[in-house]
Write a new protein. Structure first.
Length: 209
């Protein structure tokens, strides 16, 4: 064995503190830092993810706006259809009014018109039944207290009975409801009791004297 083989390897340690610090930092940077192409890929991936989120958010907003417009159009269409339906039904009520007038005229005539009267009443009742199928019903106003939400006063007549004051004493045309809502107000004559001491009472007293 050669004499030189027994000698341990020689290690050189640089004990200069400034040299040691720079070497350690350089080794750490080399071990942690990623390759440039990996950083580029990660940056592109982050950009693509941000763009995707923006597109998805825009699509959600567009879908919400579309649903809102669709619902609004449905409501508007339903409202227009209901408005047109009510206008048609209100026009048909004029036919019922004419049938009622014909019935009243036939009743006032002689008994020879009984068959005609019965036929007109049958047509009127059938017509009202058809209207009822659409939710249209006639409401009674005769003898009821005057209600501005249901009645349209066409005139007033003096009454002596206090119970008839501000009460419907005659119906010109009947009122109708559609469901729970008013379709057409009843046109009525309202009783109005004269109070003592009014100008009319004074004129009556002067005439009697």
């Amino acid at each position: 064995m050669a004499e030189g083989d027994d000698q341990p390897p020689v290690r050189v340690v640089d004990r200069r503190w400034w040299a040691r610090g720079d070497a350690e930092e350089s080794d750490a940077e080399v071990g942690v830092r990623k390759p440039t192409y990996v950083e580029d890929l990660e940056r592109r991936l982050a950009d693509q993810a941000a763009q995707l989120q923006s597109v998805l958010a825009e699509r959600r907003r567009a879908a919400d706006e579309f649903d809102s417009v669709k619902q609004r159009m449905r409501r508007d269409t339903a409202r227009d259809v209901e408005r047109a339906r009510r206008a048609l039904l209100a026009e048909l009520l004029d036919v019922v009014d004419n049938l009622d007038r014909a019935i009243a005229a036939a009743r006032a005539a002689s008994d020879s018109g009984e068959m005609l009267l019965a036929g007109i009443e049958l047509v009127r009742d059938q017509f009202l039944a058809k209207l009822a199928a659409f939710g249209v019903t006639r409401f009674n106003s005769q003898g009821e207290p005057f209600d501005a939400t249901l009645h349209e006063a066409v005139s007033m007549v003096p009454v002596e009975d206090a119970a008839l004051d501000d009460t419907v004493v005659s119906v010109v045309t009947d009122g109708y409801r559609i469901g729970d809502e008013l379709l057409r107000a009843a046109r009525v004559v309202v009783g109005r009791r004269r109070k003592l001491g009014t100008t009319e009472d004074a004129k009556d007293a002067e005439g009697q004297s």
